[in-house]
Design a protein around this ligand. Structure first.
Ligand code: HEC
Length: 89
């Protein structure tokens, strides 16, 4: 079996490290996003983003639970979006 040159191993190691660390920094970026930002980014992917004053707090609980499933949001994202909608309605 041919030996893999050391330079390729080092390159692969660096590439994998960069990929892994960029994934984890993407996650912490998502965590740092505000409810308003998440609402703007997610809730108009499929339809116009509904204005916060469309619904009451209780109605938003139901709608966000419904849309959390549709939009495939994490619990943290759904909680933030719902919090934003409730403070702005
Ligand atoms: C993956 C596509 C998709 C995304 C993303 C999405 N929606 Fe929807 N939304 C729908 C569809 C489809 C409907 C029509 C009702 C149904 O079939 O579920 C809908 C309906 C609604 C309704 C009508 C009331 C209801 O509960 O049915 C509201 C309000 C709503 N969406 C709010 C939101 C909010 C807020 C977000 C962001 C968290 C969001 N949507 C993100 C697809 C989406």
């Amino acid at each position: 079996m041919k030996k893999i040159p050391i330079i390729i191993s080092i390159f692969t190691f660096i590439a994998v490290t960069v990929i892994i660390s960029s994934c984890s920094s993407t996650n912490s970026l998502a965590d740092a996003k505000s409810g308003a930002q998440l609402w703007g980014e997610n809730c108009l992917r499929c339809h116009n983003a509904p204005s916060p004053d469309t619904f009451s707090d209780t109605e938003w609980d139901v709608a966000v639970m419904h849309m959390r499933i549709r939009a495939n949001l994490t619990e943290n994202e759904a909680v933030k979006i719902s919090g934003f909608l409730k403070t702005a309605n």
